[in-house]
Write a protein that binds this ligand. Structure first.
Ligand SMILES: Nc1ncnc2c1ncn2[C@@H]1O[C@H](COP(=O)(O)OP(=O)(O)OP(=O)(O)O)[C@@H](O)[C@H]1O
Length: 322
């Protein structure tokens, strides 16, 4: 049994509290009046289009950037005033890989373990513990430079976990990884949450957030515009409908349901889209010849995102109906 304290150390309060956080870079407002709590054991999918402020938010929590206004508490500590204490309570896996390529996997993990005060047998044991679920046990002696991209990404994530932090910040941990690595990372995230770790998980891949079945925070232009569990948000904002894509400009349709035009796409919001298809097709008339795709949209995180931001999320999967 590990002797170091586990992640359930928040004493009942939130693992992370952000209150009124604003951050500007010159004239660009990256975050505006953001309030966010994450409680122990909660996985928050942090979502937003490119430039929405996700990385800025994580950097502020990790104490790498200072907010212009507002306050941050990591397990009750202010990363700006008590950087070392706050830093030990969190693990950050930034977007950019941070491996030392000439070192072995074990040496990379040991380096990070020592940075947060782990030594000797405690560090060795934690390295073994963190390597196992991420499929790194057999790779501990291998140089980082000799690993595949997916293996490097797993080591990068393992470095954030090695001190068993009660708060974990993962910035697009599955960017560019293979299916097996994705599964291993998601499983490791689920396990840590079940053990009480609070996790802030940014991704451009909505099905991952649905798989993790956690809660969601949506940033848009630096503002937090939606926050809740997946189920709550889908109930509140998850429109269903029909999405029609045309080879040229979409026609004007006369239908009894709201129709929104977005470039070459028309979106019809309707409760039971499969029953509405015949009427929509009939309304197309000659424009049916220009139709290149018809998709039934069911209430999901994808439709929540579209509703609250006005744009679909970049890498969401599509269940296209030919
Ligand atoms: N160092 C910087 N100097 C100036 N502007 C910056 C800087 N870093 C970020 N920004 C701007 O702040 C805004 C938020 O950027 P941020 O990187 O936090 O977004 P993001 O949601 O992480 O985006 P992505 O999904 O592309 O990683 C963007 O408009 C970005 O251009």
């Amino acid at each position: 049994m590990p002797t170091d304290p586990g992640p359930g150390r928040a004493g009942g309060g939130p693992a992370l509290t952000l209150h009124g956080i604003t951050k500007r870079y010159g004239t660009v407002t990256a975050l505006s009046e953001v309030d966010l709590d994450i409680v122990p054991g909660e996985i928050v999918g942090l979502l937003g289009h490119n430039g929405a402020g996700k990385t800025t938010l994580m950097s502020i929590v990790a104490g790498l950037l200072r907010p212009d206004t507002g306050h941050v508490r990591v397990l009750g500590r202010d990363p700006a005033r008590e950087p070392h204490q706050a830093r030990r309570q969190l693990g950050l896996a930034p977007q950019e890989l941070g491996l030392y390529m000439p070192l072995t996997v074990r040496q990379n993990l040991l380096f990070f373990a020592e940075l947060v005060g782990l030594r000797g047998r405690t560090a060795d044991r934690r390295i073994e513990e963190v390597a196992e679920p991420l499929g790194l046990t057999d790779l501990l002696g291998r140089r980082a430079s000799r690993l595949s991209g997916g293996q490097q990404r797993r080591v990068h994530t393992a470095m954030a976990l090695v001190h068993r932090p009660p708060l974990l910040l993962l910035d697009e941990p599955t960017a560019g990884v293979d299916v097996q690595t994705r599964e291993q990372l998601l499983e490791a995230v689920r396990t840590m949450a079940a053990e009480g770790t609070a996790i802030c998980y940014s991704t451009h891949y909505l099905p991952e957030v649905e798989t993790l079945d956690g809660s969601v925070a949506v940033l848009n232009g630096g503002r937090l515009i939606a926050r809740g569990t997946l189920k709550e948000l889908v109930r509140q904002y998850g429109d269903s409908g029909i999405e029609l894509t045309f080879s040229g400009g979409p026609p004007d349709l006369s239908l009894p349901w709201p129709v929104v035009r977005d470039g070459r796409v028309l979106r019809v919001t309707v409760d039971q889209p499969h029953l509405a298809v015949p009427q929509v097709m009939a309304a197309l008339g000659e424009a049916a010849g220009e139709l290149v795709n018809l998709r039934l949209v069911q209430p999901s995180l994808d439709s929540v995102f579209l509703r609250v931001t006005g744009r679909r999320y970049g890498a969401a999967t599509e269940e296209d109906t030919p």
